[in-house]
Design a protein around this ligand. Structure first.
Ligand code: ZN
Length: 134
């Protein structure tokens, strides 16, 4: 794994949270993107070398809606940048981690993504992401 790519924060209302985090960081988000397959609306802030992703549910059965129902708003996942997501999935599987989607899927921000089940990582949802090169 190369570096922390972003930290994902689950929020109830993206518009309100965009205002709040703009105040916090002293600059606005640089993009918003809906990921239909995950049932989320996202926005991204650049903070130095890292990013913060805000996630709002767009439907009741979205993973974000379920997360907020159980735990309330807050840190949802930590995403790590990887060079070769397929190789990393194989390596982590061999190490005994539970991969939620063994076939990487298209996530927000032009990334291929895969998630590790929090029960295999001390309760932290880990996202692997690899930049899609056009
Ligand atoms: Zn993410």
């Amino acid at each position: 794994m190369n570096k922390i790519e972003h930290i994902g924060i689950a929020v109830k209302n993206l518009e309100e949270s965009n205002k709040l985090f703009s105040k916090l960081f002293g600059k606005p988000h640089y993009k918003t993107e809906e990921v239909d397959s995950e049932g989320v609306n996202t926005s991204f802030f650049k903070v130095g070398e890292n990013k913060v992703e805000l996630l709002e549910a767009t439907k009741p059965d979205s993973p974000i809606a379920k997360f907020i129902e159980k735990k309330g708003e807050g840190i949802h996942h930590i995403a790590f940048d990887v060079t070769d997501i397929e190789a990393e999935i194989t390596r982590l599987k061999d190490e005994g981690f539970i991969i939620l989607n063994e076939t990487p899927k298209k996530g927000a921000d032009n990334k291929l993504v895969a998630f590790l089940h929090p029960k295999s990582t001390n309760g932290v949802l880990i996202e692997l992401c690899q930049e899609i090169k056009e």
